[in-house]
Design a protein around this ligand. Structure first.
Ligand SMILES: [Zn+2]
Length: 297
């Protein structure tokens, strides 16, 4: 047998081995990837959200021209069909709460958990939905935090905790949630956690520090930290993959945005443009010196 024939035979054998080994290798890689993501469903959930956010063209609802009349903010606030809350306050390092800020806090049902009064019904409905669908309780690890508690937390871990005034917990508007055995990073390892982080939009809550929003919020992903903003803002923010920073910034002062039967406007006052024929309005300070109005028609 010549050297050339031996070499040809060797090449053929190598090809045959490769032909058998490659598919096995591919199946193994695929199998391990599926197994990996199956046991780390929080990573898959995050990846899906990041991908969706990357390819989504972010936009606000259409602006509409409406007939309006002028009303003084104080007069509007004293209207029986007007609800004032703190739901849309932007609170962060750049816009901290003032020293004189008074959170509207109350105890949740008969627990010792204190949260902003405007959250309570929404949280009750969302936790009932979790209980109904997954047969697990949704717990609050932390809700309202006093300035002193925030200061202690910052001293404990300044790398993670927000400065005094810059935490939404001080307004009682944020909830750190968990379900049994799944808290913190592991929250979205549970089906209930993924349900909460996806469907919170329908209960008035947003994932305040989404994985795709770190550049805007300056805070890394926190799947457990939900923030109440109210309807329909939660739906717009979550569906458009926005952060609260971007949302408030995008709402042009003076414009009216229509979303279903809601009209949203961002105005400074004290003279307010009110759309004719509104039935109910919710007014929230924005913590930037202006107000957000959610008109129901
Ligand atoms: Zn938190």
């Amino acid at each position: 047998m010549t050297t050339a024939t031996i070499s040809k035979k060797k090449t053929r054998r190598t090809r045959r081995i490769l032909f058998i080994l490659l598919p096995i290798l591919l199946i193994l890689v695929l199998g391990f990837s599926i197994l990996f993501f199956f046991s780390h469903q929080n990573l898959l959930f995050r990846l899906q959200n990041d991908l969706a956010a990357t390819f989504h063209k972010r936009s606000l609802p259409q602006t509409v021209s409406v007939s309006t009349y002028t009303i003084q903010l104080d007069d509007l606030l004293s209207d029986p069909n007007c609800t004032k809350n703190q739901a849309l306050m932007l609170i962060n390092d750049e816009y901290p709460l003032s020293d004189s800020f008074q959170p509207e806090i109350s105890y949740y049902k008969d627990t010792d958990v204190q949260m902003n009064s405007c959250i309570q019904d929404a949280y009750a409905t969302m936790s009932s939905a979790v209980r109904e669908q997954f047969d697990v309780p949704l717990y609050v690890r932390e809700a309202y935090r006093t300035a002193k508690e925030q200061e202690d937390k910052t001293e404990e871990n300044s790398a993670v905790a927000a400065e005094v005034g810059a935490s939404e917990h001080q307004a009682g508007l944020a909830l750190d949630l968990y379900v049994p055995q799944f808290g913190g990073w592991a929250f979205t390892k549970s089906a209930a956690g993924r349900f909460v982080d996806t469907n919170c939009r329908d209960y008035g809550f947003i994932v305040r520090y989404p994985s795709y929003g770190e550049k805007q919020t300056g805070i890394p992903y926190e799947p457990w930290h939900l923030r109440y903003v109210g309807l329909p803002h939660s739906q717009i923010i979550m569906d458009e993959y926005l952060t609260l920073e971007e949302y408030i910034d995008l709402l042009e002062p003076g414009s009216f945005y229509q979303y279903g039967s809601y009209l949203i406007s961002h105005q400074n006052g004290p003279a307010i443009d009110a759309p004719s024929g509104w039935k109910h309005v919710t007014v929230s300070e924005d913590n930037l010196g202006g107000y957000l109005f959610t008109w129901e028609l």
